[in-house]
Design a binder for this molecule. Structure first.
Ligand code: HEC
Length: 140
């Protein structure tokens, strides 16, 4: 092998290693991209805002008690979540509910409410959280 061919081969190998390295480094990067926002403090005014918005925008499907029995929710498939009983497919932390409310659930009647002021969406996230039964402290 002459020196020129060796250089070309070597260059190719380095390029391949760079590409491969770049690809494997890109993966954890992509996972990190889904970062949950940090909820603001849970205050009574924020909860009040949430209740107000819930009554306006959500009760028709999710019902006043958050049980999914709203008049417009009856015929839907999948049905609106019963916040008190059903598992949350998108997660039930305040930040996760905030994202659900902001982005909606694709392929369902649950549309995103990203057009509402951010404060209202945090209020909604906290208000929806109120319907979730608190886990009983383990008696041990
Ligand atoms: C047109 C009816 C409708 C309206 C209005 C509606 N939802 Fe929903 N919602 C649904 C349906 C249907 C689902 C169930 C989607 C599924 O099964 O994945 C759902 C699911 C959810 C979930 C649970 C997602 C999960 O993690 O499983 C949350 C939280 C939620 N809605 C919040 C709200 C809030 C807050 C509002 C008002 C801003 C609202 N929804 C308005 C129909 C509605």
């Amino acid at each position: 092998m002459n020196a020129r061919a060796f250089k070309a081969l070597w260059g190719g190998a380095v390029a391949l290693m760079l590409v491969a390295g770049g690809l494997s480094a890109a993966e954890p990067e992509a996972k990190k991209a889904v970062k949950l926002p940090k909820p603001p403090a849970r205050t009574q005014p924020l909860l009040d805002k949430g209740k107000q918005a819930f009554t306006l925008y959500c009760v028709a499907c999710h019902g006043e008690k958050g049980d999914g029995q709203g008049p417009a929710g009856m015929a839907l498939k999948p049905p609106p979540r019963n916040f008190a009983k059903d598992a949350f497919k998108q997660g039930q932390s305040t930040a996760e509910i905030f994202l659900t409310v902001s982005n909606g659930v694709p392929q369902t009647a649950m549309v995103g409410y990203g057009h509402l002021p951010e404060e209202d969406r945090w209020g909604l996230a906290y208000y929806v959280g109120e319907f979730i039964p608190k886990k009983k402290a383990a008696k041990k």
